[in-house]
Design a protein around this ligand. Structure first.
Ligand code: PLP
Length: 392
């Protein structure tokens, strides 16, 4: 084992070109938002087909700005899936809104549209309909947007698509990010995601008013276009702060890195697909299930999750993760349900009966998946997993 390096569950893929691009920015006049940020935004616009893309310093910031831009306030209600990173729920709390959870489909692991519909029927009766539903494309699998969009029209809620996992995935023949079924779609460029800018994210929007507001809120709520000023003063040096915004800007170092990563994205996508196919083949004899495809979805997988199917294995899930680690393979678990977190427990809500999410959480293990994972590494993971499962 000693000469085999540990296999991480995810890892960025940075080459000499990225390093040179970042060094070039360091030698230039612009370290903060300069010419690279709009170029990166343009590249994302071309790739996704969105009318506008606003680059930000993280997906977390992007989710917050989308909530603010859609007018989320104290007293409002937001729903999301419990099987996501905590940021999918925190964005509502930043605006003072309450959060509640919609159970997942036991096979696609995304928001279950049938559960959502029943919950909406109840909420309509009690007058507590959500203003926004944050829908997550779990592991890169676009959710049931045709059904969710129909419900959003009927019940009047907005859709924020948390596509942190789903850059490069397609739904209904269109790139995720085109916002065909959402009011805003958010990407993350954290190092474990499909491409990286170090830290970073983007908000894709089609509505021009919303994108203008998100752009202003990204930088303190400041507007620089004199045509858009609300006051009478219009000196050439002047700007107006029209809203209470934040400093959520991406910088040129990050955007330069992102530009090269976007060029490499098609290769990353191909490699991820190939690895997932090889996993499915390699693990086919084992008592596990993998993620079921949503209708109309063509995912690029960000995570490779398996669900244990036998009680003896389920009981020992944590032990399996530890044994894998002893063999040099770092597994992970995506995710502990958000409402299990102490912060959300302290909010005192009961969060309904999220049976599929609870069951998922008992059974799930995330196996390593990243573009530089070699065929040999994949074989090592498959062999280790088979051995560990046999040993339990
Ligand atoms: C990674 C992630 C985020 C947060 O992304 P950052 O860019 O780190 O803020 C939000 N939602 C989901 C589903 C994620 O996986």
């Amino acid at each position: 084992m000693a000469d085999n390096p540990r296999i991480p569950y995810g890892r960025q893929s940075i080459g000499e070109e990225e390093i040179a691009a970042v060094v070039d920015v360091l030698r230039s006049d612009w370290l903060t938002q300069g010419p690279k940020v709009p170029l990166f935004e343009q590249k994302l616009r071309e790739f996704t087909g969105a009318r506008d893309v606003v680059a930000v310093n993280s997906a977390t910031s992007g989710l917050h700005l989308a909530c603010l831009g859609l007018g989320l306030k104290e007293g409002d209600v937001v729903w999301t899936t419990p099987i996501s990173f905590v940021a999918s729920a925190n964005c509502a709390r930043y605006c003072g809104a309450e959060i509640d959870f919609v159970d997942i489909d036991p096979f696609t692991w995304n928001i279950d549209p049938a559960y959502l519909e029943n919950k909406l029927l109840d909420a309509a009766r009690t007058g507590r309909l959500p203003k926004i539903v944050v829908v997550v494309d779990f592991a890169g699998m676009p959710a049931s947007y045709k059904k969710i969009r129909a419900l959003s029209r009927k019940y009047g809620f907005a859709i924020i698509e948390d596509a942190s996992h789903a850059l490069g995935s397609m739904y209904d023949g269109e790139m995720v990010g085109k916002c065909g079924f959402s009011d805003a779609t958010i990407f993350s460029f954290h190092p474990v995601k499909t491409i990286t800018t170090g830290e970073g994210g983007a908000v894709c929007v089609n509505d021009p008013e919303l994108s203008e507001l998100v752009r202003a809120l990204r930088s303190h709520g400041i507007v620089r276009d004199r045509e858009k000023f609300v006051g009478p003063d219009r000196a050439s040096w002047m700007y107006e702060q029209q809203h209470l915004g934040f400093n959520y800007r991406m910088n040129d170092l990050e955007a330069a890195l992102g530009l090269i990563q976007m060029d490499r994205l098609p290769d990353f996508m191909k490699r991820r697909q190939k690895l997932v196919d090889a996993y499915k083949k390699g693990l086919s004899g084992l008592p596990i299930i993998t993620q079921k495809y949503e209708e109309s979805a063509q995912p690029i997988f960000h995570l490779f999750v398996v669900l244990l199917q036998e009680e003896r294995l389920v009981k020992n899930r944590n032990l399996i993760i530890d044994r894998m680690s002893e063999q040099g393979v770092t597994c992970n678990l995506h995710y502990r349900p958000i409402h299990h977190q102490p912060y959300y427990q302290r909010q005192g809500s009961t969060y309904g009966d999220l049976h599929a999410a609870e069951d998922y959480y008992q059974r799930a293990i995330t196996l390593p998946l990243f573009p530089q994972m070699s065929d040999q590494m994949l074989t090592t993971v498959v062999d280790s997993f088979s051995n560990v499962v046999d040993s339990i």
